[in-house]
Design a protein around this ligand. Structure first.
Ligand code: SAM
Length: 273
């Protein structure tokens, strides 16, 4: 890597004041960024797909860790600063201008890439649901290292019988191992958001046999769509669901939040038969 000016200087020089509309809260603390970049493990020679590099703080840390980075950013104001970083990275950074929700991410990032991102809440959750879904498993990505509002991070790793447990927990845990790898204080961001954050790390694990992802997704959407209701009520409109409850011996008077991830998997399997 060629030497780089401090991030604050880059932000000032290119006039990258954080835009609230784009959900921008930048991380500038190099030590903290290095800790995040180490969450996926040894990145030397590995490819990383970064969503929303902004002025490039996390991108720099990923490059320092030895990764090759493909970064997609939709704020055109950041592109000159990222071009400067790409130049310093001597072939290890490719920047794609565009919206991460719309680009052909797999073709851009390549199979086996680790995904890393510090994203606005709504975009982050939508992308997470997309990355966790689909018929193909193991997926095209090797791991996810994603910053979320702490409350969302807690929903992703939640256990049954807790208020945080819901659709996100089941979708993240039925064929993935999810953990909170780091808590991040709001004061670490410029400007500081109103709430605390946390980095979630997810790696794929073997998918249970005979379970279709689309069936499990429909099941969790229905069950948690009316989480206060008994399953016999919330699953009434879902073809085959009530029969599946009986088949696997789950009491229809229970509520969604009492079912373990394994019980959701069993139900989805019985519905697919
Ligand atoms: N990674 C930088 C950091 O940690 O300091 C910036 C983080 S900031 C919270 C989120 C970044 O994601 C912003 O640069 C924003 O422009 C970008 N962004 C927001 N929505 C996006 C989208 N749909 N596709 C690509 N980038 C997006």
């Amino acid at each position: 890597m060629k030497p780089l000016p401090p991030l604050r200087e880059v932000i000032a020089r290119y006039g990258l004041s954080a835009s609230r509309a784009l959900g921008q809260n930048f991380l500038l603390d190099e030590q903290l960024l290095d800790r995040i970049a180490h969450i996926p493990g040894d990145l030397r020679g590995q490819r990383v797909y970064e969503v929303g590099p902004g002025p490039g703080g996390l991108t720099r840390a990923l490059l320092r860790a030895g990764a090759e980075v493909v970064a997609v950013e939709r704020d055109a104001r950041c592109l000159p600063a990222l071009a400067e970083l790409a130049d310093a990275a001597e072939g290890r950074l490719r920047v794609v201008a565009g919206d991460a929700m719309r680009i052909e991410e797999r073709a851009e990032a390549g199979d086996g890439a680790h995904i890393a991102a510090n994203l606005p809440y709504n975009v982050g959750t939508a992308l997470l649901v997309r990355w966790l879904g689909g018929a193909q498993w193991p997926p095209w990505w090797a791991s996810l290292t994603l910053m979320f509002q702490r409350e969302v991070a807690e929903r992703i790793v939640a256990a049954p019988n807790t208020a945080a447990y819901g659709r996100l927990a089941v979708l993240a845990q039925w064929r993935g191992a999810a953990r909170i790898a780091m808590k991040v204080h709001r004061s670490a961001f410029v400007p500081p958001p109103k709430v605390m954050s946390a980095v979630v790390h997810i790696v794929p694990k073997p998918a249970p046999e005979g379970v279709r992802a689309d069936v499990l997704e429909a099941l969790t959407a229905a069950a948690f769509g009316q989480r206060r209701k008994m399953l016999r009520q919330s699953l009434k409109g879902l073809p085959g669901a009530l029969e599946a409850l009986e088949k696997v011996g789950i009491d229809p008077q229970r509520r969604a939040e009492t079912l373990s991830v394994e019980e959701f998997v069993e139900l989805a399997r019985a519905m697919g038969e």
